[in-house]
Ligand binder design. Structure first.
Ligand SMILES: *Cc1c(COP(=O)(O)O)cnc(C)c1O
Length: 379
Protein backbone atom coordinates (compact mmCIF):
# COMPACT_ATOMS: atom_id res chain seq x y z
CA UNK A 1 0.00 0.00 0.00
CA UNK A 2 1.26 3.48 -0.85
CA UNK A 3 1.75 5.75 2.20
CA UNK A 4 -1.45 7.60 3.08
CA UNK A 5 -1.25 11.38 2.85
CA UNK A 6 -3.81 14.14 3.35
CA UNK A 7 -3.01 15.17 -0.24
CA UNK A 8 -0.90 13.18 -2.70
CA UNK A 9 0.31 15.70 -5.26
CA UNK A 10 3.33 13.53 -6.08
CA UNK A 11 1.38 10.59 -7.50
CA UNK A 12 -0.88 13.01 -9.34
CA UNK A 13 2.15 14.72 -10.90
CA UNK A 14 3.72 11.45 -12.06
CA UNK A 15 0.62 10.71 -14.15
CA UNK A 16 1.05 13.91 -16.18
CA UNK A 17 4.79 14.28 -15.75
CA UNK A 18 5.81 14.33 -19.40
CA UNK A 19 3.30 16.98 -20.34
CA UNK A 20 4.09 19.13 -17.29
CA UNK A 21 7.85 18.82 -17.67
CA UNK A 22 7.80 19.84 -21.29
CA UNK A 23 5.48 22.80 -20.59
CA UNK A 24 7.80 24.02 -17.83
CA UNK A 25 10.85 23.59 -20.07
CA UNK A 26 9.23 25.56 -22.84
CA UNK A 27 8.57 28.48 -20.49
CA UNK A 28 12.23 28.30 -19.46
CA UNK A 29 13.31 28.31 -23.10
CA UNK A 30 11.02 31.27 -23.84
CA UNK A 31 12.33 33.31 -20.88
CA UNK A 32 8.84 34.85 -20.65
CA UNK A 33 8.63 34.24 -16.92
CA UNK A 34 6.29 37.10 -16.08
CA UNK A 35 2.98 37.61 -17.84
CA UNK A 36 4.05 35.40 -20.75
CA UNK A 37 1.86 33.63 -23.27
CA UNK A 38 1.24 30.81 -20.78
CA UNK A 39 -0.42 33.23 -18.35
CA UNK A 40 -2.69 34.67 -21.02
CA UNK A 41 -3.67 31.26 -22.35
CA UNK A 42 -4.41 29.86 -18.92
CA UNK A 43 -6.48 32.93 -17.93
CA UNK A 44 -8.54 32.65 -21.11
CA UNK A 45 -9.09 28.91 -20.62
CA UNK A 46 -10.05 29.35 -16.98
CA UNK A 47 -12.49 32.17 -17.83
CA UNK A 48 -14.11 29.84 -20.38
CA UNK A 49 -14.25 27.00 -17.83
CA UNK A 50 -15.84 29.29 -15.25
CA UNK A 51 -18.13 30.81 -17.89
CA UNK A 52 -17.15 34.31 -16.83
CA UNK A 53 -16.14 37.27 -18.93
CA UNK A 54 -12.92 38.04 -17.08
CA UNK A 55 -10.29 36.03 -15.23
CA UNK A 56 -7.49 38.04 -13.65
CA UNK A 57 -4.61 35.91 -12.39
CA UNK A 58 -2.68 36.97 -9.29
CA UNK A 59 -0.08 35.70 -6.84
CA UNK A 60 -2.27 33.77 -4.40
CA UNK A 61 -5.80 33.43 -3.04
CA UNK A 62 -5.26 35.83 -0.17
CA UNK A 63 -4.16 38.54 -2.60
CA UNK A 64 -7.20 37.77 -4.75
CA UNK A 65 -9.52 38.53 -1.81
CA UNK A 66 -7.57 41.68 -0.96
CA UNK A 67 -7.61 42.93 -4.56
CA UNK A 68 -11.36 42.26 -4.76
CA UNK A 69 -12.02 44.36 -1.65
CA UNK A 70 -9.76 47.15 -2.92
CA UNK A 71 -11.50 47.18 -6.31
CA UNK A 72 -14.90 47.60 -4.69
CA UNK A 73 -13.67 50.81 -3.09
CA UNK A 74 -14.37 49.66 0.46
CA UNK A 75 -13.31 52.26 3.02
CA UNK A 76 -11.92 51.94 6.56
CA UNK A 77 -14.76 51.18 8.93
CA UNK A 78 -16.96 49.55 6.30
CA UNK A 79 -18.34 46.24 7.52
CA UNK A 80 -17.68 43.01 5.66
CA UNK A 81 -19.69 39.96 6.65
CA UNK A 82 -18.09 36.54 6.53
CA UNK A 83 -18.52 33.20 8.26
CA UNK A 84 -16.46 32.74 11.42
CA UNK A 85 -15.91 29.12 10.41
CA UNK A 86 -13.37 29.52 7.59
CA UNK A 87 -9.66 29.70 6.88
CA UNK A 88 -8.06 32.82 8.31
CA UNK A 89 -7.18 34.30 4.88
CA UNK A 90 -10.83 35.17 4.26
CA UNK A 91 -11.06 37.38 7.31
CA UNK A 92 -7.49 38.58 7.67
CA UNK A 93 -7.60 40.72 4.52
CA UNK A 94 -10.70 42.48 5.85
CA UNK A 95 -8.78 43.69 8.89
CA UNK A 96 -5.64 44.34 6.84
CA UNK A 97 -7.58 46.89 4.77
CA UNK A 98 -8.88 48.46 8.00
CA UNK A 99 -12.37 47.24 7.26
CA UNK A 100 -14.45 45.71 10.04
CA UNK A 101 -14.97 41.94 9.96
CA UNK A 102 -18.44 40.83 11.01
CA UNK A 103 -18.72 37.14 11.77
CA UNK A 104 -21.81 35.05 11.14
CA UNK A 105 -22.80 31.46 11.68
CA UNK A 106 -22.69 28.57 9.25
CA UNK A 107 -25.20 25.85 8.55
CA UNK A 108 -24.25 22.83 10.69
CA UNK A 109 -24.81 20.43 7.78
CA UNK A 110 -23.12 22.21 4.85
CA UNK A 111 -20.58 24.24 6.89
CA UNK A 112 -21.44 27.25 4.69
CA UNK A 113 -22.79 30.70 5.57
CA UNK A 114 -26.22 30.66 7.23
CA UNK A 115 -28.47 33.16 5.38
CA UNK A 116 -30.58 33.84 8.49
CA UNK A 117 -27.49 34.72 10.50
CA UNK A 118 -26.28 36.87 7.59
CA UNK A 119 -29.52 38.83 7.39
CA UNK A 120 -29.40 39.60 11.11
CA UNK A 121 -25.85 40.94 10.86
CA UNK A 122 -26.55 43.55 8.19
CA UNK A 123 -26.29 47.19 9.25
CA UNK A 124 -26.14 50.50 7.42
CA UNK A 125 -22.34 50.11 7.34
CA UNK A 126 -22.36 46.69 5.66
CA UNK A 127 -20.64 46.99 2.28
CA UNK A 128 -19.75 43.44 1.31
CA UNK A 129 -20.50 39.80 2.02
CA UNK A 130 -17.88 37.10 1.60
CA UNK A 131 -19.50 33.66 1.46
CA UNK A 132 -17.02 30.77 1.52
CA UNK A 133 -17.61 27.55 -0.40
CA UNK A 134 -16.07 25.68 2.47
CA UNK A 135 -14.50 22.24 1.96
CA UNK A 136 -15.74 22.34 -1.66
CA UNK A 137 -19.45 22.70 -0.85
CA UNK A 138 -21.25 25.62 -2.54
CA UNK A 139 -22.67 28.25 -0.18
CA UNK A 140 -26.43 28.95 -0.58
CA UNK A 141 -25.82 31.59 -3.22
CA UNK A 142 -29.37 32.26 -4.37
CA UNK A 143 -30.41 33.33 -0.87
CA UNK A 144 -27.19 35.24 -0.27
CA UNK A 145 -27.44 37.09 -3.59
CA UNK A 146 -31.06 38.00 -2.88
CA UNK A 147 -30.18 39.43 0.54
CA UNK A 148 -27.25 41.33 -0.96
CA UNK A 149 -29.37 42.77 -3.73
CA UNK A 150 -32.09 43.83 -1.32
CA UNK A 151 -29.57 45.83 0.71
CA UNK A 152 -27.31 46.98 -2.16
CA UNK A 153 -24.28 45.07 -0.89
CA UNK A 154 -21.42 43.51 -2.88
CA UNK A 155 -20.77 39.77 -2.86
CA UNK A 156 -17.24 38.36 -3.11
CA UNK A 157 -17.17 34.57 -3.28
CA UNK A 158 -14.25 32.87 -1.58
CA UNK A 159 -13.87 30.00 -4.04
CA UNK A 160 -10.42 28.91 -2.84
CA UNK A 161 -11.69 25.47 -1.81
CA UNK A 162 -14.32 24.80 -4.45
CA UNK A 163 -13.09 25.39 -7.96
CA UNK A 164 -15.13 23.22 -10.30
CA UNK A 165 -18.13 22.94 -7.96
CA UNK A 166 -21.52 24.00 -9.30
CA UNK A 167 -24.62 25.63 -7.86
CA UNK A 168 -28.15 25.09 -9.15
CA UNK A 169 -30.56 28.03 -9.03
CA UNK A 170 -34.27 27.44 -8.51
CA UNK A 171 -34.88 28.08 -12.22
CA UNK A 172 -32.77 25.00 -12.91
CA UNK A 173 -29.72 26.85 -14.27
CA UNK A 174 -26.27 25.79 -13.06
CA UNK A 175 -23.37 28.11 -12.34
CA UNK A 176 -19.81 27.46 -11.27
CA UNK A 177 -18.80 28.57 -7.81
CA UNK A 178 -16.79 31.78 -8.13
CA UNK A 179 -18.93 33.01 -11.03
CA UNK A 180 -22.07 34.16 -9.20
CA UNK A 181 -21.05 37.13 -7.04
CA UNK A 182 -19.75 40.50 -8.18
CA UNK A 183 -16.30 38.97 -7.83
CA UNK A 184 -15.02 35.44 -7.23
CA UNK A 185 -11.60 34.76 -5.72
CA UNK A 186 -9.71 31.48 -5.87
CA UNK A 187 -6.37 29.96 -4.91
CA UNK A 188 -3.99 27.58 -6.66
CA UNK A 189 -2.10 26.65 -3.50
CA UNK A 190 -0.66 23.17 -4.23
CA UNK A 191 -3.20 21.27 -2.11
CA UNK A 192 -6.25 23.05 -3.56
CA UNK A 193 -8.43 21.23 -6.10
CA UNK A 194 -6.62 23.03 -8.92
CA UNK A 195 -3.16 23.24 -7.42
CA UNK A 196 -0.02 24.83 -8.83
CA UNK A 197 3.54 23.79 -8.01
CA UNK A 198 3.84 26.88 -5.87
CA UNK A 199 1.52 29.81 -5.14
CA UNK A 200 -1.11 31.27 -7.41
CA UNK A 201 -4.58 32.76 -7.43
CA UNK A 202 -7.22 34.30 -9.66
CA UNK A 203 -10.21 36.64 -9.70
CA UNK A 204 -13.40 36.22 -11.70
CA UNK A 205 -15.97 38.80 -12.72
CA UNK A 206 -18.46 39.60 -15.46
CA UNK A 207 -18.11 43.33 -14.79
CA UNK A 208 -15.79 45.15 -17.24
CA UNK A 209 -15.13 48.06 -14.88
CA UNK A 210 -14.27 45.83 -11.92
CA UNK A 211 -12.07 43.68 -14.16
CA UNK A 212 -10.06 46.70 -15.33
CA UNK A 213 -9.74 47.96 -11.77
CA UNK A 214 -8.53 44.59 -10.45
CA UNK A 215 -6.01 44.22 -13.26
CA UNK A 216 -4.70 47.68 -12.45
CA UNK A 217 -4.53 47.04 -8.69
CA UNK A 218 -2.62 43.79 -9.19
CA UNK A 219 -0.06 45.73 -11.22
CA UNK A 220 0.90 48.67 -8.98
CA UNK A 221 -2.21 50.64 -9.90
CA UNK A 222 -0.73 51.13 -13.35
CA UNK A 223 -3.03 52.33 -16.16
CA UNK A 224 -0.23 52.52 -18.76
CA UNK A 225 3.46 51.96 -18.34
CA UNK A 226 4.82 54.13 -15.53
CA UNK A 227 1.50 55.92 -14.99
CA UNK A 228 0.06 54.87 -11.66
CA UNK A 229 -3.50 55.98 -11.02
CA UNK A 230 -4.08 54.45 -7.61
CA UNK A 231 -2.26 52.57 -4.89
CA UNK A 232 -2.16 48.91 -5.81
CA UNK A 233 0.14 46.00 -5.14
CA UNK A 234 2.37 43.58 -7.00
CA UNK A 235 0.51 40.33 -7.43
CA UNK A 236 1.37 38.14 -10.40
CA UNK A 237 0.96 34.53 -11.43
CA UNK A 238 4.25 33.13 -12.76
CA UNK A 239 4.30 31.80 -16.32
CA UNK A 240 5.67 28.46 -15.09
CA UNK A 241 2.73 28.07 -12.72
CA UNK A 242 0.28 29.10 -15.44
CA UNK A 243 1.71 26.51 -17.84
CA UNK A 244 1.28 23.78 -15.23
CA UNK A 245 -2.20 24.97 -14.23
CA UNK A 246 -3.32 25.01 -17.86
CA UNK A 247 -2.52 21.29 -18.11
CA UNK A 248 -4.19 20.50 -14.79
CA UNK A 249 -7.28 22.53 -15.72
CA UNK A 250 -7.99 19.97 -18.46
CA UNK A 251 -8.08 17.30 -15.75
CA UNK A 252 -10.02 19.31 -13.16
CA UNK A 253 -13.41 17.69 -13.70
CA UNK A 254 -11.85 14.24 -13.60
CA UNK A 255 -9.90 15.19 -10.45
CA UNK A 256 -13.08 16.39 -8.77
CA UNK A 257 -14.87 13.19 -9.82
CA UNK A 258 -12.07 11.17 -8.19
CA UNK A 259 -12.57 13.16 -4.97
CA UNK A 260 -16.31 12.47 -5.14
CA UNK A 261 -15.65 8.75 -5.60
CA UNK A 262 -13.44 8.71 -2.49
CA UNK A 263 -16.15 10.61 -0.60
CA UNK A 264 -18.74 8.06 -1.72
CA UNK A 265 -16.54 5.26 -0.36
CA UNK A 266 -16.30 6.99 3.03
CA UNK A 267 -20.05 7.60 2.99
CA UNK A 268 -20.78 3.90 2.44
CA UNK A 269 -18.26 2.78 5.03
CA UNK A 270 -19.65 5.08 7.72
CA UNK A 271 -23.34 4.53 6.93
CA UNK A 272 -25.38 3.77 10.04
CA UNK A 273 -22.61 4.80 12.46
CA UNK A 274 -24.26 6.98 15.09
CA UNK A 275 -20.93 8.47 16.24
CA UNK A 276 -20.05 9.79 12.79
CA UNK A 277 -21.95 12.35 10.74
CA UNK A 278 -20.70 12.33 7.17
CA UNK A 279 -20.76 15.51 5.07
CA UNK A 280 -24.00 16.20 3.26
CA UNK A 281 -24.37 17.85 -0.09
CA UNK A 282 -27.33 20.22 -0.38
CA UNK A 283 -29.79 19.45 -3.18
CA UNK A 284 -28.81 22.73 -4.85
CA UNK A 285 -25.18 21.87 -5.27
CA UNK A 286 -22.37 19.72 -6.48
CA UNK A 287 -19.64 19.10 -3.92
CA UNK A 288 -15.99 18.87 -4.93
CA UNK A 289 -14.68 17.64 -1.56
CA UNK A 290 -11.65 19.83 -1.09
CA UNK A 291 -11.90 18.32 2.39
CA UNK A 292 -13.78 15.29 3.62
CA UNK A 293 -14.84 16.44 7.06
CA UNK A 294 -16.83 14.29 9.44
CA UNK A 295 -18.48 15.30 12.70
CA UNK A 296 -17.79 13.13 15.72
CA UNK A 297 -20.31 12.51 18.47
CA UNK A 298 -19.15 11.00 21.75
CA UNK A 299 -15.69 10.15 20.40
CA UNK A 300 -12.40 11.31 21.92
CA UNK A 301 -11.17 13.24 18.89
CA UNK A 302 -7.55 13.53 20.00
CA UNK A 303 -7.54 9.86 20.98
CA UNK A 304 -8.79 8.89 17.55
CA UNK A 305 -6.23 11.12 15.83
CA UNK A 306 -3.41 9.61 17.89
CA UNK A 307 -4.63 6.10 17.09
CA UNK A 308 -4.79 6.92 13.38
CA UNK A 309 -1.33 8.51 13.53
CA UNK A 310 0.03 5.28 15.06
CA UNK A 311 -1.20 3.56 11.91
CA UNK A 312 0.31 6.27 9.72
CA UNK A 313 -3.06 7.74 8.82
CA UNK A 314 -2.92 11.55 8.89
CA UNK A 315 -5.96 13.62 9.87
CA UNK A 316 -6.49 17.33 10.41
CA UNK A 317 -8.74 19.72 12.28
CA UNK A 318 -9.99 22.44 9.96
CA UNK A 319 -10.38 24.69 11.93
CA UNK A 320 -9.67 24.49 15.65
CA UNK A 321 -10.18 28.21 16.38
CA UNK A 322 -13.05 30.10 14.74
CA UNK A 323 -12.39 33.56 13.29
CA UNK A 324 -14.30 35.46 15.94
CA UNK A 325 -12.00 34.02 18.64
CA UNK A 326 -8.69 34.67 16.88
CA UNK A 327 -6.31 36.89 18.81
CA UNK A 328 -5.69 39.04 15.71
CA UNK A 329 -9.27 40.32 15.95
CA UNK A 330 -9.06 41.13 19.67
CA UNK A 331 -9.59 44.83 19.03
CA UNK A 332 -12.96 44.12 17.38
CA UNK A 333 -14.24 42.43 20.55
CA UNK A 334 -15.71 39.54 18.56
CA UNK A 335 -14.57 36.84 21.00
CA UNK A 336 -17.60 37.66 23.16
CA UNK A 337 -19.97 36.76 20.32
CA UNK A 338 -22.18 33.77 21.01
CA UNK A 339 -21.80 31.36 18.08
CA UNK A 340 -23.02 27.94 19.18
CA UNK A 341 -22.92 26.28 15.76
CA UNK A 342 -19.43 27.46 14.90
CA UNK A 343 -18.04 26.81 18.37
CA UNK A 344 -19.62 23.35 18.36
CA UNK A 345 -18.14 22.49 14.98
CA UNK A 346 -14.61 23.44 16.02
CA UNK A 347 -14.73 20.78 18.75
CA UNK A 348 -16.25 18.03 16.58
CA UNK A 349 -14.84 18.26 13.05
CA UNK A 350 -12.24 15.86 11.74
CA UNK A 351 -10.90 16.01 8.20
CA UNK A 352 -9.76 12.73 6.67
CA UNK A 353 -7.35 12.18 3.77
CA UNK A 354 -9.01 13.08 0.47
CA UNK A 355 -7.39 13.61 -2.88
CA UNK A 356 -7.39 12.38 -6.44
CA UNK A 357 -5.10 9.41 -5.87
CA UNK A 358 -6.72 7.53 -2.96
CA UNK A 359 -7.29 3.90 -3.88
CA UNK A 360 -9.71 1.39 -2.40
CA UNK A 361 -7.00 -0.38 -0.45
CA UNK A 362 -6.09 2.88 1.29
CA UNK A 363 -9.73 3.81 1.85
CA UNK A 364 -10.51 0.37 3.31
CA UNK A 365 -7.53 0.72 5.66
CA UNK A 366 -8.51 4.23 6.81
CA UNK A 367 -12.18 3.45 7.35
CA UNK A 368 -11.38 0.10 9.00
CA UNK A 369 -9.12 1.78 11.57
CA UNK A 370 -11.65 4.55 12.28
CA UNK A 371 -14.46 2.05 12.78
CA UNK A 372 -12.41 -0.14 15.08
CA UNK A 373 -11.47 2.88 17.20
CA UNK A 374 -14.96 4.32 17.52
CA UNK A 375 -16.45 0.92 18.27
CA UNK A 376 -13.39 0.00 20.38
CA UNK A 377 -13.07 -3.34 18.65
CA UNK A 378 -9.76 -5.18 18.15
CA UNK A 379 -7.64 -2.07 18.75
C1 LIG B 1 -6.45 28.59 0.74
C2 LIG B 1 -7.50 29.54 1.09
C3 LIG B 1 -7.36 30.93 0.89
C4 LIG B 1 -6.06 31.59 0.54
O1 LIG B 1 -5.37 31.09 -0.52
P1 LIG B 1 -3.78 31.26 -0.61
O2 LIG B 1 -3.49 30.97 -2.04
O3 LIG B 1 -3.17 30.28 0.33
O4 LIG B 1 -3.43 32.66 -0.24
C5 LIG B 1 -8.45 31.74 1.13
N1 LIG B 1 -9.61 31.24 1.58
C6 LIG B 1 -9.79 29.93 1.80
C7 LIG B 1 -11.12 29.44 2.28
C8 LIG B 1 -8.74 29.03 1.58
O5 LIG B 1 -8.91 27.73 1.84
Amino acid sequence: MRPIQMVDTGTQYRKIKEEVDSAVLSVMESSAFINGKAVQEFSANLAAYQQVKHCIPCANGTDALQIAMMALGLQPGDEVITPSFTYIATTEVIALLRLTPVFVEVDPKTFCMDPASLEKAITSRTKAIVPVHLYGHPAPMEEILAIAEKHGIYVIEDDAQAIGARYRFSDGSWKKTGSMGHIGATSFYPSKNLGAFGDGGALFTNDDVLAAEMKMIANHGQSRQYYHDRVGCNSRLDSIQAAILDIKLKHLDEYNAARRAAAAYYERAFAGQSKITTPTCAAYGEHVYHQYTILLEGVDREGLRAYLAEHKIPSMIYYPVPGHKQKMFESFGTAEQVMPVTDGLTTRVLSLPIHTELDEEQLAFITGKILSYINQTSL
